[in-house]
Design a protein around this ligand. Structure first.
Ligand SMILES: [Mg+2]
Length: 129
């Protein structure tokens, strides 16, 4: 992961946490000789499956029920979010992308695309304004 530039909004301790996670995931895979299975294609597919596991938790719930998960479902949500972060971090690591930096850069793009005073309270796509 490139460590050259600290983007606006990322504290040094947050970068350190991200780097610790990257190292932990590298070690986990290396100790099991699983890196051979972690092509970008496979990681992208695994990420998609884990996102679907989150979706499955909410499938068929009403809007209101989706706010009030049972303790068991909340625990499962926590684990699936962990899985998503793991695969997203591993995929990012393959390309030297810092996912937190990428997210901050993207929200800066979105801030320009969707000026608050223009879009407040509306859910239209940027090309519909
Ligand atoms: Mg899972």
């Amino acid at each position: 992961m490139p460590m050259n530039r600290l983007p606006i909004g990322i504290r040094e301790d947050q970068r350190f946490e991200m780097q610790k996670l990257v190292e932990k995931l590298r070690t986990f895979a290396k100790e099991r000789d699983w890196e051979q299975f972690h092509s970008p294609k496979n990681l992208a597919m695994a990420l998609s499956v884990e996102v679907s596991e989150i979706v499955e938790l909410f499938q068929w719930l009403t809007e209101e029920e989706s706010y009030n998960l049972s303790p068991e479902k909340l625990q499962r949500l926590k684990e699936e979010i962990g899985d998503v972060v793991i695969y997203l971090t591993k995929l990012s690591d393959k390309f030297g992308i810092d996912p937190v930096e990428a997210a901050i850069n993207k929200i800066e793009i979105n801030e320009k695309k969707y000026p608050a005073e223009m879009v407040r309270g509306k859910a239209k796509k940027y090309n519909e304004y």
